[in-house]
Design a protein around this ligand. Structure first.
Ligand SMILES: [Fe+2]
Length: 274
């Protein structure tokens, strides 16, 4: 099929994991959150299926749907479908780079981005460009990167970054991605900070009286040494956040990268989660 002419109808027919039950994401109990999908179809499919099996009723997408990976058309079409069904989605720096060649990316990411631009059609480009940088829903803020200046695409690398992000909002919980490594920060009313790396499948109560910054791992290109796809579940009634991992077919994702002539290192890193 010529580049830029992805068969979206076919994509929708194959979206067997949809729909999730709840269309009004602000009112749902169990939210599934996904960050940094990066055009990794088998990883995103595995996460969606796992979240659905766990009872997720609503979806939040934290940006970087494209870049690095070999299935950008499917990835954007799927995100468009999810948003049409009520999911919340914000824009990541790679999504922004599709329509903005001045966006700074490293060399391998730049090569993948130039290929990605040619794969996406007008509707997909317009969709990505129109996504908001932040979304606010009650006590929650959704953003791709550090929240004090979302368009600067600053990584949350340490406590200082986390404090700056949390002080920029009154939200009880901010959810972000971008760095591809899970982390959880909080600040008390007296300014006491906690910071830790959350364990997989360990429920964490995000206590009232503190404000929280939940940094998600990456669906499609984990960088914490664990190659399994990462996502999170948040229960809005109990305020319990659970970081989840799910294995997926890395051979398939790596094969798509190689088949499309993208840098081999983008395939190899998937196996080691770096
Ligand atoms: Fe990313």
């Amino acid at each position: 099929m010529p580049s830029g002419q992805f068969d979206k109808g076919e994509s929708r027919k194959k979206n067997y994991m949809l729909p999730f039950r709840c269309k009004r994401w602000g009112e749902c109990v169990l939210i599934a959150l996904f960050a940094d999908i990066h055009a990794n179809r088998p990883a995103f499919e595995a996460c969606l299926a796992a979240a659905r099996a766990q009872g997720a009723a609503s979806i939040v997408l934290l940006g970087d749907y494209v870049g690095y990976g070999g299935d950008p058309e499917w990835s954007v079409a799927t995100v468009m479908d999810l948003v049409a069904q009520g999911a919340a989605a914000v824009r990541g720096n790679h999504d922004n780079a599709v329509g903005n060649p001045r966006e700074q990316l490293n060399l391998e990411a730049q090569i993948a981005m130039e290929w990605t631009r040619n794969k996406l059609g007008t509707a997909e480009r317009q969709f990505l460009a129109a996504l908001p940088l932040t979304l606010s829903a009650g006590d929650y803020l959704y953003v791709h990167s550090e929240a004090s200046n979302p368009s600067a695409w600053t990584y949350v690398r340490d406590v200082d970054d986390a404090i700056r992000s949390m002080k920029a909002t009154s939200a009880h919980v901010t959810f972000c991605g971008h760095i591809h490594r899970p982390a959880l920060y909080s600040i008390s009313v007296t300014g006491k900070i906690t910071a830790f790396t959350p364990s997989t499948n360990g429920p964490v109560p995000l206590l009232q009286g503190r404000r929280w910054l939940a940094v998600l791992g990456s669906v499609g290109q984990p960088r914490d040494g664990n190659p399994a796809a990462a996502y999170a579940l948040f229960d809005t009634q109990t305020n319990i956040l659970t970081y989840c991992r799910v294995p997926y077919d890395i051979d398939q994702a790596a094969g798509q990268i190689r088949k499309n002539g993208l840098p081999a290192s983008l395939a190899e890193r998937l196996y080691v989660g770096r």
